[in-house]
Design a protein around this ligand. Sequence first.
Ligand SMILES: Cc1cc2nc3c(=O)[nH]c(=O)nc-3n(C[C@H](O)[C@H](O)[C@H](O)COP(=O)(O)O)c2cc1C
Length: 373
Amino acid sequence: MTLEEKAGMSTLFEPVTLGPLQLPNRVVMAPMSRYRSPEGVPGEDIARYYRRRIEGGVSLIITEGSWVPHPGASDQPNAPRFYGDDALAGWKRVLDEVHAAGGKIMPQLMHRGQTEEGPGGRGARRVGPSGMFGSLGVPLKQVDEPATLRDIEDVIDSFAIAAQSAHQMGFDGIALHGGHGYIIDQFFWSATNLRTDEYGGDIAGRTRFACDLVREVRRRTAPDFPIMMRLSQWKLHDYSARLAQTPQELEAYLLPLVDAGVDIFDFSQRRFWEGEFGTDMNIAGWARKLSGRPSMTVGSVSLTNDMFDSFMGNASNVADNLAELERRLDRGDFDLVAVGRALIADPDWPRKVANGANADIVPFQPAALKELV
Ligand SMILES: Cc1cc2nc3c(=O)[nH]c(=O)nc-3n(C[C@H](O)[C@H](O)[C@H](O)COP(=O)(O)O)c2cc1C
């Protein structure tokens, strides 16, 4: 059965139109860092890797996190930049391959903020709202001066420059990393944002950085250029952290972001079937309901183990959880489904699922992270 024939039988394979974005189905590749871009330049192998996922039936790719042009954005070797002629030429090749295969693609733009201690690579100063740093199991502490208003302007400018490049190059939108404890999330969260100026304080103050950033991105791109934003309750250094304790708090974060110009919310969680706020509906469902904007879910789709388990080096088998996914999709909880590790393991995942060939899906092995197929 072709993916198109499957559309009438499964919402996952039904087309969807989100503003100017027309997608043949709901399967999106989740952003996943592969650290295979020497000197920050994505090569032909990366272009081939993304194209292969479109050929397997993915409708939209969110690229691995790519760094905005700010000195403190990242110093990770082999992670791709989204600036500089060499890196942008590499991304152009990725874009052309994905478009040639009939797919859509948005770069994920990110800045790590204060997720590490000490001076960054190339001597760059780390920047965060209040200089707070914590790592897994280590409580947050202030290790640096809070970002100045000039720092804030510079970081916003760096996101806007990268977004402008993406727009001019012909990408289908951009995905802003506003989750996992990176810089945008550091401003959102009360434990990392202790500021008393207009960028801190209540939720409105803590959301101002993201809103200013989105407005600037919108101003330098186009009124209809799709802007997706990833959010999460959990943080890299604290999996049990929660950004919003109640639907009212979540709404207070989301509505200003909608007003600023976010088109689609991507709510990152580890297991899509886990409900939020004591209900059956997951966080992407709540985001859609409260914001009135489309949303995307993610988390262990067709896998038995979650992402952290994979980072611990464990394999993940193929799980029978797609009926549960469809139930939520049919109910209108979310519009898109991001698939992560399952697509690293098996680029043909969408076609196999559409054909009911679940038995043929390749299970995820951590070794798959070491190669780019
Ligand atoms: C190897 C790997 C790298 C990742 N890198 C990123 C990243 O760069 N940006 C991001 O927002 N999430 C990243 N994630 C999280 C994924 O986007 C996704 O939310 C997570 O893997 C859960 O989906 P899954 O259970 O289908 O794998 C990464 C996950 C993995 C496994």
